[in-house]
Design a binder for this molecule. Sequence first.
Ligand code: GLU
Length: 450
Amino acid sequence: MLNKLKNIFNDKKIVVRFAPSPTGLLHLGNYRTAVFAYLYARKNGGKFILRIEDTDRERSKKEYEENIIESLKWLNIDYDNFYRQSENLTSHTKHLKKLIEEGKAFISKEEAKDGSGIMRELVRFKNPNKDVIFNDIIRGEIKTNTTDLGDFVIAKSITEPLFHLAVVVDDYEEGVTHILRGEDHIPNTPRQILIQEALGFPHPTYAHLPLVLSEDRTKLSKRKGALPVTAYRDIGYLPEALINFMAFIGWNPGGEKEIFSKEELVKIFDLSDIQKGGAIFNEEKLKWMNKEHLKKESKDKQFSNIKKFLSEYDDGIIKRAQDTIIERISYYGEIDLIKENEFEFLIKRPKITGDKLVWKTSNKEKTIANLIGVLDVLSKTSLESIDSIKNNLMPYAEKNGKGDVLWPLRFALSGQDKSMDPFTICYILQSVEAKERIENAIKLLNQTTM
Ligand code: GLU
């Protein structure tokens, strides 16, 4: 009895698959399908399957398959079953034979299209030439008269099934109940439905997702900025941000909130909120979302992520600079782009010139006096926080002129026309280093004739 109940329950279980072809590196637009399928499966307590569609032996490459597995793992998109389409060949052949025996498909001897004159045998599906109607969750009723499709090819030979046959057999055998895929597959669906009918298989439910477009509304491509998932990983994007971003390409739960964890997305995901029109890949939005997720990371995680891009930096410096670094980046790899200009002075004494130390309305003598004054204040200040440094230095700067005090101080410490504020730099460098840089500046000024 219990087993029977279990079976009834299992029969009802939703099974969704992601079925990529390993013929190239997939970009974010492709993985968006995986995210939707995954969220839908998990939301409904169903199963999520990964099926590598490698029937095209010439174009399929192991390295692309490995990249898909690695990407899903990094994204934390877990699957309950893994299949490789090429490993189901026996069953594909069995079903092809059945179709032929029942007169629903036939072997056709044809001349190869390459002009070589070679005759080859193809397996064609005997098209019943009828209207096929299916109800797409996103697009509603779709009706196609299949006559124009002719007797389409379903295998290159009895042991070389093509896409449509393999998909139909695999979906059936793997118990797939819901097919979520890009809307570029809509024209394939009537063919696959005809094959399902010929084999006596039930029809899965379809949801064809709006295509992901680049900002100029053309098809998204790698050239248009959509990188493979592993490339985003390597430049320090966060997996939870990418999932959040991909979920929002063509879907929106409504309301103001846009930052969600994977678990939250699973709870609120609903296919009925998917838009029909093309969905735009907006890189600025990706950066913004990543920054929001990055700010939510624990201090320890932030530290280890920053360290990957500032490996030559002392841990103490990174820890003290951490909040300032986080403010300045939207993904960790951005550190590489800005570190030379914005952070390098933290570990390398800057080259400074005397004339630049003097604020535009000030003079050499005043600047020297102010820097000596700053040294005095700092010697009595705890450098344990930016606030404590600021609270102690600010009254002195206000009394002696903010520009006259803070400009030479900041320049003495950073050697940069623009940089983080001098309180933050003092905090990051701490007293010995900060003091020496200020003393050097005073020495330099004394030697400069102006
Ligand atoms: N293998 C197909 C692709 O990568 C997807 C097939 C399907 O989802 O039905 O485009």
